[in-house]
Design a protein around this ligand. Structure first.
Ligand code: EPS
Length: 388
């Protein structure tokens, strides 16, 4: 059995994106509509720019699936870039006759300058095309497949926005999976309608001032059994893997699991989740400050992960930079861009969390066919007396 892993390829204005997901069991049912719905969810959100009017993402499966079921072989997914039609000469894989304008004005906050230096390029487009968050479409395609695997095991992954710029939604408290049913109908994917209105107004206000906005999203996963991940080594700790996966999303600068920053200021007696057991409920907790992870393993409570995004670094009112050819002061590259991507980033983070959870479940339960996995999960639940 191949270890579970995934990779992506693709440039923002190149011909398209590819995701390869390896190590899922055979026999897992996939529905094209469900995968495409995930792709469409990532394109939602007030504050996106003109590009989202061009793209209408859908998945094209190239391998690993036959008649709606996985084969156990690597799954290759293509996502086309419709905008490539407008960039064919500039992004052609092969030499072209036309003179192509180069980018010499690196944006503060972007990969442009360090990428130019590191890879020995003169044209920052060779860096920015891959650094672009367009790549997250491929992550969501891979994550959609991972989500189907988790769904078969009774695990669901959701997200909502809790802050955009200076506007915060009220602290959400206890949530069930069903509370997320309408979140995609909100223009900013937040659960509180009042906060949504204020966030939309904030985006509009700052967009008019040529500004971009960051914010915070939260991902929650439900239906997890205790013991996913492990305390035995740093690489196996689930929280360490989640942190890497979420911080790897473009523009994410911080991540927390549970009430990380809050408990840092509280005494120990107010920072943990007391352990309870009753005949009726079995093992349970009355609080979830740990966000569902203790000692690098799930503890059976919902997983709660937050990510903080910096404002997008492509600005319509550019910051100061230096021309990399003349070394003279210049204005940073100004391109068509989004005002905020926090709502979309929540959907991308769902994908990344799902991919981490899928891998950890593959490690724990093994199996070549999905029924083997379900059998192993059932036996484990019996062994630990897990009732939820
Ligand atoms: C992005 C810049 C914008 C975004 C893009 C990410 O693209 P463009 O430069 O073509 O206007 O729209 O995001 C997507 C295309 C997407 O599908 O999310 C960037 O520089 O990161």
């Amino acid at each position: 059995m191949a270890a579970f892993r995934f990779t992506t390829a693709g440039e923002s204005h190149g011909p398209g994106l590819v995701a390869i997901v390896e190590g899922l069991p055979a026999g897992l049912e996939l529905e094209r509509e469900r995968l495409d719905r995930e792709m469409a969810r990532r394109q939602l959100g007030h504050g996106r720019g003109g590009r989202m009017k061009i793209e209408s993402d859908s998945v094209e499966i190239r391998s690993g699936v036959r008649h709606g079921r996985t084969l156990g072989s690597p799954i290759a997914v293509l996502v086309a870039n419709r905008d490539y039609a407008n960039w064919e000469e500039r992004m052609s894989p092969w030499p072209v006759d036309a003179e192509i304008e180069e980018v010499h004005t690196p944006r503060p906050g972007h990969a442009d300058l360090a990428g130019l230096m590191k890879y020995g390029f003169r044209d920052a487009r060779n860096v920015l095309e891959r650094a672009s968050a367009r790549e997250t479409a491929a992550r969501v395609a891979a994550g959609a497949v991972a989500k189907e695997f988790l769904r078969a095991l009774g695990v669901t992954v959701h997200s909502h926005v809790i802050r955009i710029g200076s506007v915060s939604a009220p602290e959400p408290g206890v949530l069930e999976a069903t509370d997320f049913a309408g979140v995609d109908e909100s223009p900013v994917r937040t659960l509180d309608p009042g906060a949504a209105e204020r966030m939309v107004a904030e985006i509009d206000r700052l967009r008019k001032a040529n500004e971009s906005l960051g914010g915070i999203f939260e991902v929650r996963a439900f239906g997890l059994v205790p013991g996913i991940g492990s305390h035995v080594s740093w690489e196996e700790r689930l929280d360490s893997r989640l942190a890497q996966a979420v911080v790897s999303i473009q523009a994410v600068k911080g991540v927390s699991v549970g009430e990380a920053w809050e408990v840092a200021a509280l005494p120990g007696s107010e920072s943990h989740d007391e352990i309870l057991h009753t005949e009726e409920r079995g093992w349970h907790r009355e609080t979830n400050r740990a966000g569902g992870v203790e000692g690098g393993m799930t503890n059976g409570e919902p997983l709660v992960v937050r990510g903080a995004l910096k404002p997008i670094s492509t600005l319509t009112k550019p910051l100061r930079t230096v021309d990399t050819e003349t070394l003279q002061p210049a204005e940073a590259l100004r391109e068509r861009t989004d005002s905020t991507v926090v709502p979309a980033a929540g959907v991308v983070a769902e994908a990344m969390v799902a991919l981490v959870l899928a891998r950890a479940h593959r490690e724990k339960f093994g199996g070549d066919h999905i029924d083997d996995v379900l059998g192993a999960l059932h036996a484990y639940r019996e062994r630990i007396g897990w009732r939820r």
